[in-house]
Design a protein around this ligand. Structure first.
Ligand SMILES: Nc1ncnc2c1ncn2[C@@H]1O[C@H](COP(=O)(O)OP(=O)(O)O)[C@@H](O)[C@H]1O
Ligand SMILES: [Mg+2]
Length: 312
């Protein structure tokens, strides 16, 4: 289980930036969670905080624990074991991060050398059943092939296979579909579907992709969680005005999704004034929105909006 309690991240410089503000998540074993939010909402910083890969000027507060182990207290040697061994990371880029000069089997098995003390040959052998698990048939032949002989979909699956090679319990993916066309987005979703036993936490700004990979969806806006719940609930009955507007702006709902049009300016919430961060854009705002709303819990569907104060 991966547990985040009141996690905040602030970058210290002339202008301090609160990139993640009070995020709590409890990801049970085998759960699948998508975090959706526009550019700058703090998604990548949150994943990097879990992996402890933030630059030194980042101050992380709150607690992050994997199976009860406090990750913020782990020393750097232990963090190296955890990265890839217990928590793996699938980067964005559609399989482009495979090394063109190395046979696929050596790349897919590589994490086993670092994390499970396999020899090069053993790791290569172990890549074969991994490729099979990801529906790559003729897996032996493929292990000996170079990435350029793979189709886009095959590369995606090889990437995910590599991500889970060392047997991590938790898989983090940061915008794995960024810059991909619709067909390739589908391929990534299919590859991630094959992750069944591991806990998946996937960050995206694509609602449709979030819907297909996440059983739970967390919506982030301006560094905060504004909504969390079962994906069918969040997509089917969005509660937060921001989530509703985001859905209404989906292309299939008649308008083009303009990411930049929604991006909040940092000035609007780095000040100490408090209040709901969506206030200036919200058509439903009330007087009490000048006070920061807490996360209200309505039968497990959480929302940070005063409209739901009475239903709590
Ligand atoms: N190293 C850094 N130093 C200062 N600010 C940063 C740094 N990395 C990210 N930020 C800021 O933190 C905020 C959240 O960034 P990020 O998590 O990358 O957004 P997302 O992944 O949701 O697009 C942004 O305002 C970004 O400018
Ligand atoms: Mg990002």
């Amino acid at each position: 289980m991966l547990e985040l309690n009141h996690v905040s991240v602030e970058f210290m410089s002339d202008n301090n930036v609160l990139a993640v503000d009070d995020v709590s998540l409890r990801l049970l074993d085998g759960s699948r969670t998508a975090i959706i939010g526009e550019t700058g909402s703090g998604k990548s910083v949150l994943l990097l905080a879990i992996l402890r890969l933030l630059p030194p000027n980042a101050v992380v507060s709150g607690s992050i624990a994997a199976d009860g182990e406090d990750l913020l207290a782990a020393d750097s040697k232990r963090m190296q074991q955890i990265r890839g061994g217990i928590i793996s990371y699938i980067p964005q880029g559609g399989g482009a991060s495979l090394n063109p000069l190395l046979k696929v089997g050596f790349q897919v098995g590589e994490p086993l050398i670092e994390h499970r003390k396999y020899t090069k040959r053993q790791a290569f052998e172990a890549s074969i059943p991994l490729l099979r698990r990801f529906n790559l048939s003729h897996e032996e032949e493929l292990a000996y092939s170079y990435p350029h002989t793979f189709s886009g979909g095959m590369r995606q699956r090889a990437m995910v296979a590599m991500g889970i090679a060392a047997g991590p319990k938790i898989v983090l993916a940061d915008e794995p579909t960024k810059g991909l066309d619709e067909k390739r987005v589908r391929m990534v979703a299919d590859a991630l579907d094959l992750i069944e036993d591991e806990t998946l936490l996937c960050v995206t700004h694509d609602i449709n992709f979030a819907k297909s990979v996440g059983r739970d969806i967390c919506v982030m806006y301006a560094a905060q969680q504004v909504e969390f719940g079962d994906s069918k609930e969040v997509i089917g009955h969005p509660l937060h005005p921001y989530t509703r507007n985001m859905m209404a702006a989906m292309p299939e709902n008649g308008m083009r999704y303009q990411e930049s049009g929604f991006a909040p300016s940092h000035d609007s919430y780095t000040d100490e004034a408090g209040g709901c961060r969506y206030l200036n854009r919200c058509r439903e705002h009330m007087e009490r929105c000048a006070v920061t709303p807490p996360l209200f819990d309505i039968n497990g569907h959480k929302v940070r909006c005063w409209k739901y104060a009475s239903s709590n």
